[in-house]
Design a protein around this ligand. Structure first.
Ligand SMILES: Cc1cc2nc3c(=O)[nH]c(=O)nc-3n(C[C@H](O)[C@H](O)[C@H](O)COP(=O)(O)OP(=O)(O)OC[C@H]3O[C@@H](n4cnc5c(N)ncnc54)[C@H](O)[C@@H]3O)c2cc1C
Length: 588
């Protein structure tokens, strides 16, 4: 028996064994052996999913494809001689599965001509494969989920066969041309050559779209081919407004409703090129609408070069004005020659908290003095000793012990990042939040439900507070452009993702997070996030949220995992596999 726990420590399982493969051949052996023994098998990446999507069931098999698996970290820029001329364009890289997002970003940036990922989630500790598998997205307004950068997958299916899954216009040349090209390569990227020689190529749009966000059931992904881009710089600006002001300006224009109606008509009644054209038109209409809407919140009203956009709303009103702080973070493409600004050290947070505690109640005055005293001590002692983490621990302890102080603290922490940051794309797109562990849920809603959904969350926070239950973090709102992925949250329409993040171990979180998720799903036709989910989603939610869900199930059941090898409690509960089916019986 071996125990595995996810990053959030809310998922734990006693596995029969945890295997650490070192090659494609070993991944195949593990799956084949599991099939022979009639056992279910799951892979985990960095374990950053809060849902049960990555764990195996008790006494079944786990495969460690996390960044700790040092053997599956090869990566290379793909030699142009291997690429199908019809698919050539931006640079392509091939990456083995255990590579973390931050490792990939650093490696891309270190290339002779620096490269970059076009999209990254709010953190970068996930594996690139694990992140894509649940639909991880960032704040990039035009890109969609990270899975949109995938161009091909090397997978080991439920019977241990290796497939190279590509769209109908494949990335790699056909088999004969590839063989010829491979002989001309020098000894570099032997691992990729081996994978290309081993895998059976399948160029099929549906299969590829199923693999884009595969939630761990489309096979063991051994490696992925990604389209990346030349490195770029971003200028980020965070400004403070109020939610009341933001929502007063959030009105969907009539053109958006018309474009949506036209898309729904086309989607239900056309096919082929007409459908593709309608989809492109709808995508463009949404993008233009969003730009128009977001311009209203720009510090200087200029949306030129807009790359990311997000709102962070304090769930609690400011005591003096009764309004909810709303921080607007935008980033725009910056000139290559701009100079980076240094990151905020953790101690500056304390200073910001100190400044924020201006309310005159005796308790807050006392707290302020305590912070001031603590700050002096920390400054003298802890900075010299380099113990920033202790400071964070103390703050987190304080919040957990006296969560009623959360309203000021949320503002204070977010205010610490007010102003501008400038830097390389991967530094600006992610935030260093690993000093504090959080828990969270996220639900995607249509742009026209944004205000109601947030107002409901604020009302819930107020009601919870009366019962001494607290949300110990802000509500984040990010926009996700459309994706071809069958299980993409934005497969049919751009979504605004409503994310509730709280400190890990916040009292009552196990009840409040699922409750809030349920409310967003039920009242706002929400779409659940495969990783940021508190295990409340049902098969009905999956069918309603994901239009291509049945097609996805069919592809998994008929092609990729006919014996339910990759099933677990989670994937059965959401209906990807028939409830109660065991590995070894038909998936559909
Ligand atoms: C601090 C934090 C911040 C986050 N920020 C964001 C964010 O900004 N945006 C967002 O959308 N999400 C966010 N998430 C959610 C997170 O990005 C997703 O849950 C993501 O899937 C985690 O990646 P991972 O590498 O940890 O994969 P895991 O959680 O380990 O696995 C995810 C899925 O991928 C499968 N898998 C992993 N590797 C393989 C493989 N090689 N072959 C087959 N299946 C595989 C697993 O079986 C599982 O089904 C955040 C989570 C945390 C904890």
């Amino acid at each position: 028996m071996a125990v595995w726990e996810n990053y959030g420590e809310n998922q734990r399982v006693n596995a029969r064994a945890i295997h650490v493969p070192g090659s494609l051949a070993e991944v195949r052996e593990i799956v084949t052996a599991a099939a022979r023994d009639g056992l279910g098998v799951k892979a985990y990446g960095s374990g950053h999913s809060f849902s049960g999507v990555a764990r195996c069931d008790t006494n079944e098999i786990l495969i460690d494809l996390s960044p700790e698996n040092e053997q599956l970290k090869h990566r290379c820029v793909i030699d142009g001689r291997l690429i199908n001329p019809a698919a050539a364009g931006k640079p392509l890289v091939a990456v083995e599965t255990a590579v973390a997002v931050y490792e990939l970003s650093d490696w891309l940036n270190a290339q002779e001509h620096p490269l970059a990922l076009p999209a990254i989630g709010a953190v970068n500790g996930q594996t690139i494969v694990g992140a894509m598998a649940t639909g991880t997205h960032g704040s990039e307004i035009a890109f969609g989920p990270m899975a949109n950068m995938a161009r091909a997958f090397f997978i080991v299916d439920g019977r241990g066969d290796c497939l190279l899954v590509q769209p109908s216009t494949p990335v790699f040349k056909d088999r004969d041309a590839l063989q010829t090209a491979l002989t001309t390569l020098s000894g570099e990227a032997v691992w990729l050559q081996t994978a290309l020689e081993t895998a059976r190529p399948v160029a099929d749009d549906d299969l590829f779209r199923a693999c884009l966000i595969g939630v761990g059931v489309v096979g063991m992904i051994y490696a992925v081919v990604l389209e990346v881009q030349p490195q770029f710089r971003l200028q980020e600006t965070r400004t403070a407004r109020t939610w009341e002001d933001v929502k007063a300006h959030w009105q969907m224009p009539a053109a958006w409703h018309e474009a949506k109606a036209a898309w729904e008509q086309a989607r239900d009644h056309s096919a082929g090129e007409a459908l593709r054209q309608a989809r492109r038109t709808w995508q463009e209409a949404q993008h233009q609408t969003l730009l128009l809407m977001l311009k209203r919140y720009f510090p200087d009203g200029d949306a030129e070069g807009l790359y990311t956009f997000s709102f962070l709303v304090n769930p609690y009103p400011n005591r003096a004005e009764g309004t909810h702080s709303c921080f607007v973070t935008v980033s725009t493409l910056a000139e290559p020659a701009s100079v980076d600004s240094p990151r905020e050290p953790a101690l500056d947070r304390l200073r910001a908290i100190d400044q924020a505690c201006t309310t005159q109640s005796w308790f807050l005055r006392l707290r302020r003095s305590l912070f001031r005293g603590a700050q002096r001590i920390f400054n003298r002692l802890f900075r010299r000793l380099g113990l920033d983490e202790v400071l964070t621990d103390i703050l987190v302890w304080f919040l957990r012990t006296v969560p009623s102080t959360i309203d000021d603290l949320i503002d204070a922490v977010l205010r610490a990042d007010l102003g501008q940051r400038l830097g390389l794309s991967h530094d600006i797109l992610t935030r260093e939040v690993y000093e504090v562990k959080g828990w969270g849920i996220e639900v995607g809603v249509s742009l026209d439900r944004l205000v109601d959904a947030v107002d409901t969350m604020l009302a819930q926070a107020a009601e919870m507070r009366r019962r001494r239950r607290y949300l110990t973090g802000p509500i984040a709102l990010r926009f996700v452009a459309m994706t071809e992925a069958m299980l993409g949250m934005s497969a049919d329409e751009m979504t605004v993702q409503v994310e509730i993040t709280i400190l890990k171990d916040t009292p009552h979180a196990e009840r409040t997070l699922p409750r809030l998720e349920r409310i967003l799903l039920d009242r706002y036709d929400g779409v659940f996030h495969w990783g940021l989910e508190w295990d409340v989603a049902s098969v009905e939610d999956a069918r309603r949220s994901y239009r291509h869900f049945e097609t996805f199930r069919r592809i998994v059941g008929e092609h990729l995992d006919p014996d339910s090898r990759f099933a677990n409690t989670y994937t059965r509960r959401v209906g990807i596999y028939t409830t109660g089916s065991e590995a070894g019986s038909a998936a559909i």
